[in-house]
Write a protein that binds this ligand. Structure first.
Ligand SMILES: [Zn+2]
Length: 87
């Protein structure tokens, strides 16, 4: 049995285009809550496909983005652009 390697450190074939490979980098991710805030996060750590540029964020980062979008919705924010602050 091999130890499990964290997903973010793996270079994998892109599940969308099946051509490219993902590499660690940073991307801009837009999170839109239905009837709530639309937040554009810049400099989000993500694995990015070198073929189609699809960004893949970890569950941890994804949860953090959703939490911030929920907080913004609660605060009455409709649209915001912010840099991603790692927790
Ligand atoms: Zn791809």
């Amino acid at each position: 049995m091999e130890a499990r390697i964290p997903q973010t450190k793996m270079i994998v074939t892109c599940p969308i285009c099946h051509n490219g490979q993902t590499h660690p980098g940073h991307s801009t991710i837009t999170v839109s809550k239905p009837g709530g805030a639309t937040i554009v996060f810049k400099d989000v750590p993500a694995d990015i496909c070198d073929n189609c540029n699809e960004p893949y964020v970890s569950e941890e980062v994804s949860a953090c983005l959703l939490e911030q979008a929920r907080a913004a919705t609660k605060a009455g924010v409709e649209v915001d652009v912010r840099s991603f602050a790692a927790a």
